[in-house]
Design a protein around this ligand. Structure first.
Ligand SMILES: Cc1cc2nc3c(=O)[nH]c(=O)nc-3n(C[C@H](O)[C@H](O)[C@H](O)COP(=O)(O)OP(=O)(O)OC[C@H]3O[C@@H](n4cnc5c(N)ncnc54)[C@H](O)[C@@H]3O)c2cc1C
Length: 473
């Protein structure tokens, strides 16, 4: 086994401890918008709507906006259990990527005949998001920076240039260092159109503002407890303080238990950990370059992702993807010092010139991992209920595409989107516990071993690859 660069080049323990000494357990993004984000009243009493949306993350907000825009005369109600954007949508890395399939290799492996179409649709999707933000003046710190993937280990260098995207620029050591200075970067790939950075919590708040302005009725603090209905009659959504009866219902509840029991095992909650530094000084920023402000990720199985904020902080997340036995979503899982300490250590291995920089915030979020790593689409009650989940850590852009699919399906439209195998196929579910824990932990262990063994995948990973199954963050 070969130790990784993060094990052979550990920073001094004191640098890591000092950097975390005053760090607050809170999400930087949601805190940043806390005094600006509008509040929406809880539902109070029974009501009828034409369309109801459950979930106030990006998927639910985009869907509500599209439903209302298509039919301004229809009454659209959105029900959110807590606050708009409090979950994954408010606390992610803010990489708005073109890929709607959790990366092109994932599309190639599963739908080789559709890879080109999926790539084009992904770019059109990101362009449409950019246009929407511009047209409606959404203040979300959108920067179309492109994406830089870096090789930290010699075996990762060998993977550079393997893809067939003509727009990707392969960078040798000097070229990558000209973009971002780090002793660990041996080379990289720059994809100019693949990514935009944005402020995730601002995007959720701004989508909600726009939705409310065009007439969507938003209710926060309104968890839906059950869904009843049939193909012939309207759907009933029961909440503590009233029942919403709607002709059509979009379920955009991500990692939270599906209101359709048949999909309960199609996702598992995986915790992803994040750190945010204080704003860098001009000298600190000059020491790393990063003038292109690219979204940055490394090429390991257990990878880090990183980007600059508008005020030049560095967000640094990923690597550990933790599934807690039992698959419950609990606040206490967010406070995992072991993961945050590891992230801090890897940060200073990557940027030793930033020794002394402090992390102001540390947090975690839950990812809706599906066995095929990208969103799947379900339906019930003769299509009156549409469901999407399973974005597996890459949903900032893909939720917009998903909302288009939900709309097509509600309207009974056959489109290029609805005819995709990716849209038509529903993936296999995870097994119930304890098999889920055993399988997921074995897969994680195998991925870690592959990172320590020049990327070589063991029999378990090869078998999962062949079956089109897996586990990822
Ligand atoms: C730490 C972290 C980093 C990430 N980084 C990136 C990234 O850089 N780029 C990227 O593309 N993706 C990233 N992701 C993934 C991305 O954030 C998600 O895929 C995306 O936000 C999913 O949006 P959503 O609307 O489906 O889910 P959510 O934002 O989770 O929204 C679902 C909402 O449904 C509500 N809800 C659930 N059940 C009910 C119910 N019964 N009644 C009422 N309301 C209900 C919840 O309260 C929640 O607000 C990251 C995720 C995490 C956690």
């Amino acid at each position: 086994m070969h130790p990784t660069i993060f094990e052979t080049h550990r920073p001094a323990a004191k640098i890591v401890e000092d950097s975390l000494a005053g760090t607050k357990l809170a999400c930087f993004w949601t805190e940043d918008v806390a005094d600006r984000a509008a509040r929406y009243p809880a539902l109070d009493g029974d009501t009828r709507a034409d369309d109801a949306v459950v979930g106030g993350g990006y998927a639910g907000l985009w869907t509500a906006i599209k439903l209302k825009t298509a039919h301004p005369e229809r009454r659209v109600v959105l029900l959110e259990a807590v606050r708009v954007g409090w979950a994954a949508s408010g606390r992610n890395g803010g990489f708005c990527e073109a890929s709607i399939t959790h990366g092109e290799p994932n599309a190639e492996a599963r739908w080789p005949d559709e890879t080109g179409t999926l790539r084009r649709l992904g770019h059109e999707n990101l362009d449409a998001i950019e246009r929407f933000i511009e047209q409606h003046g959404l203040d979300v710190d959108f920067e179309r920076t492109g994406q830089l993937a870096v090789a930290n280990e010699p075996h990762q260098q060998e993977w550079l240039g393997e893809g067939d995207d003509p727009e990707v620029e392969v960078l040798d050591r000097e070229a990558v260092q000209r973009r971002i200075t780090s002793p660990t970067f041996l080379g990289g790939e720059f994809a100019p159109r693949e990514n935009a950075n944005l402020h995730p919590a601002k995007l959720a708040a701004e989508l909600a503002r726009h939705a409310a302005e065009i007439g969507v009725e938003i209710h926060e603090h309104t968890p839906v407890q059950r869904l009843d209905g049939s193909a012939e009659e309207p759907i009933r959504l029961t909440t503590e303080r009233g029942v919403v009866t709607a002709e059509r219902v979009a379920l955009c509840t991500n990692v939270f238990p599906s209101l359709l029991k048949r999909y309960r095992f199609h996702t598992v909650p995986v915790y992803d950990y994040v750190l945010m530094t204080e704003p860098l000084t001009d000298e600190q920023l000059a020491s790393i370059g990063w003038e292109g402000r690219e979204g940055l990720a490394d090429m390991a199985n257990q990878f880090h992702y990183s980007r600059l904020t508008k005020d030049n902080r560095i967000l640094w997340g990923g690597y550990d993807a933790v599934y807690f036995a039992g698959g419950r979503i609990k606040r206490e899982h967010e406070d995992r010092m072991e993961s945050h300490r590891k992230l801090a250590s890897h940060f200073f291995t990557t940027f030793p010139q930033l020794a002394g920089v402090k992390f102001t915030h540390r947090w975690a979020g839950v990812i809706d991992t599906s066995t095929r790593f990208c969103a799947f689409f379900g339906q019930a009650h003769g299509g009156r209920v549409q469901y999407v989940a399973g974005f597996t850590g890459l949903g900032v852009g893909a939720t917009h595409f998903a909302a288009d699919v939900l709309l097509d399906r509600f309207e009974g439209r056959v489109t290029e989107r609805t005819e995709l195998e990716m849209v038509k196929q529903v993936p296999l579910p995870f097994p119930p516990e304890p098999a889920a824990s055993i399988g997921i932990n074995l897969t994680r262990w195998s991925l870690d071993r592959a990172d320590h063994n020049q990327g070589k995948r063991n029999v378990l990973l090869k078998t999962l690859d062949a079956l089109g199954l897996g586990f990822d963050s």
